[in-house]
Design a protein around this ligand. Structure first.
Ligand SMILES: Nc1ncnc2c1ncn2[C@@H]1O[C@H](COP(=O)(O)OP(=O)(O)OP(=O)(O)O)[C@@H](O)[C@H]1O
Ligand SMILES: [Mg+2]
Length: 233
């Protein structure tokens, strides 16, 4: 696959360390990668390999210990916390492993979609249409508690996409689901990417890895290979 001359995200020698008591835990070590526009990039690797730590840096939830990140040409390391928050709200959507973190208990699905657009200053859209794209048309009037785990995860992804972010980030979106619901969520993510949405996912789910257009393997925080379109697992 050809290199994108203008990647949406550029990660340059990023490291993440956690300090716990006297120990320093190197969670991400010297990782460099590019996220092309429209990619479905999967950060893969075993438990503890640094996937979430790296995803949190890409999602502007954490600052890296070292290295640089640019998003859409902006060096985000140089920004104040306030500017980073604003950039995060405007350009990124982060779907947490537990979708309830993203959802508002008291709102029905249609209202959640409207809310996701309102907080980004976007005009209202046809919420039923958005929900329909994620197989949730019949749940327009359902609250999160009335949805299955897979449906909640798809609603969280639908909300994220409705906010028209530059990048949709999702941490282990299928980890807590059975195979059937996981397949539905993978379809939703694949559809978002096919519609032009740039997506970065942390996962060790082989089916999700198989859907990747770009794959980055991590092992003990280090990047093993960056494969374009290679899905050997
Ligand atoms: N807040 C923290 N404080 C100290 N160490 C941490 C913290 N968060 C993560 N770590 C450590 O950093 C390393 C990478 O963790 P991380 O959560 O990024 O891995 P992961 O690949 O997402 O794993 P999993 O597949 O289990 O979610 C692990 O050794 C972990 O114990
Ligand atoms: Mg993780």
């Amino acid at each position: 696959m050809e290199r994108d001359p203008d990647p949406l995200m550029i990660v340059d020698r990023v490291g993440v360390e956690y300090r716990a008591l006297d120990a320093v835990v190197p969670a991400v070590v010297d990782v460099s990668l590019e996220v092309p526009r429209g990619a479905l990039l999967v950060l893969a690797g075993p438990s503890g390999s640094g996937k979430s730590s790296l995803l949190r840096v890409l999602g502007l939830l954490d600052r890296p210990t070292r290295g640089q990140l640019s998003i859409d040409g902006v060096d985000v390391g140089a920004l104040s916390d306030r500017s980073r928050r604003r950039l995060r709200r405007r350009k990124l959507a982060y779907v947490h492993q537990r979708p309830v973190t993203n959802l508002v208990d008291d709102l029905v699905a249609g209202q959640q979609i409207a809310f996701a657009r309102q907080v980004r200053g976007l005009p209202p859209c046809d919420a039923a249409d958005v929900l329909g794209r994620f197989g949730l048309a019949h749940h327009v009037a359902s609250r999160p508690v009335q949805l299955s785990g897979g449906e909640q995860q798809r609603l969280a992804i639908a909300m994220a996409v409705a906010g028209e972010p530059r990048v949709l980030l999702a941490d282990e979106p299928t980890a807590e689901l059975d195979r059937h619901h996981a397949a539905e969520v993978i379809d939703a993510i694949r559809r978002a990417a096919a519609d032009g949405q740039t997506v970065v996912v942390a996962s060790h789910d082989h089916d999700l890895i198989g859907a990747a257009t770009h794959l980055v393997w991590l092992s003990e925080g280090r990047q093993m290979t960056v494969a374009d379109g290679e899905h050997d697992v």
